[in-house]
Design a protein around this ligand. Structure first.
Ligand code: COA
Length: 167
């Protein structure tokens, strides 16, 4: 019983049974996650059901950037024109496993990973583009903030704030 801790996606993982109710996130896992894992374009970590071994949640991270002009006025000062960020590309939990804190655990794993990485590689924070209003509300709970000039509605949680919350 129970759920495994996050681990990197592996060759041979069954990607077909996962269903989070958002076809784009299901398809991304099936069609892109493993190729990206091989090329290094993104890194996906999964949590699995101990009993069946099936993937029940996943999160993917990569490097990204945001133009300084898109940031809130107060955050632009002293920053380069193109600001490095850690991109949380996808985070999803299988519909049969929602409401069991897996989404929160995967998010904490992503924030911890970004925070550790920030000690060695420059990144202003973790940026994500929520798929819809539901996903947006999920991230806002954890302190993500709007990037006002971003056309795709990006949200950002600064490393500074991750650190302040005790990571
Ligand atoms: C959004 C999603 C990741 C949440 O996963 P989950 O495992 O059900 O979430 P958790 O059980 O960890 O919830 C943690 C907390 O967030 C709250 N929460 C969950 N979904 C929420 C939402 N959409 N909006 C606001 N709060 C939400 C929970 O009530 C819980 O709060 P509580 O501890 O006070 O009860 C999941 O529903 C999902 O994968 N949805 C489809 C894919 C998607 O939209 N992904 C978003 C990224 S693009």
């Amino acid at each position: 019983m129970g759920i495994t801790p996050p681990r990197p996606l592996q060759q041979g993982d069954d990607l077909t049974a996962f269903d989070c109710g958002q076809s784009s996130l299901n398809k991304w896992l099936q069609n892109h996650a493993w190729r990206n894992q091989q090329t290094g374009a993104s890194r996906t970590n999964v949590v699995c059901d101990n009993a069946s071994g099936q993937i029940v949640g996943y999160v993917s991270l990569s490097s990204g950037s945001i133009e300084r002009g898109a940031m809130k006025r107060g955050l632009r000062h002293g920053k380069p024109e193109i600001i490095p960020v850690t991109l949380l590309g996808q985070l999803a939990v299988d519909e049969n496993f929602v409401g069991q804190n897996l989404g929160e655990s995967l998010l904490y794993f992503a924030l911890k990973t970004a925070f550790n990485m920030s000690k060695h590689v420059g990144t202003l924070g973790v940026m994500t583009h929520p798929l819809n209003e539901n996903a947006r509300q999920f991230y806002l709970r954890y302190g993500f903030e709007e990037i006002p000039g971003d056309q795709r509605g990006a949200l950002l949680l600064r490393i500074k704030d991750i650190e302040a919350s005790g990571f």
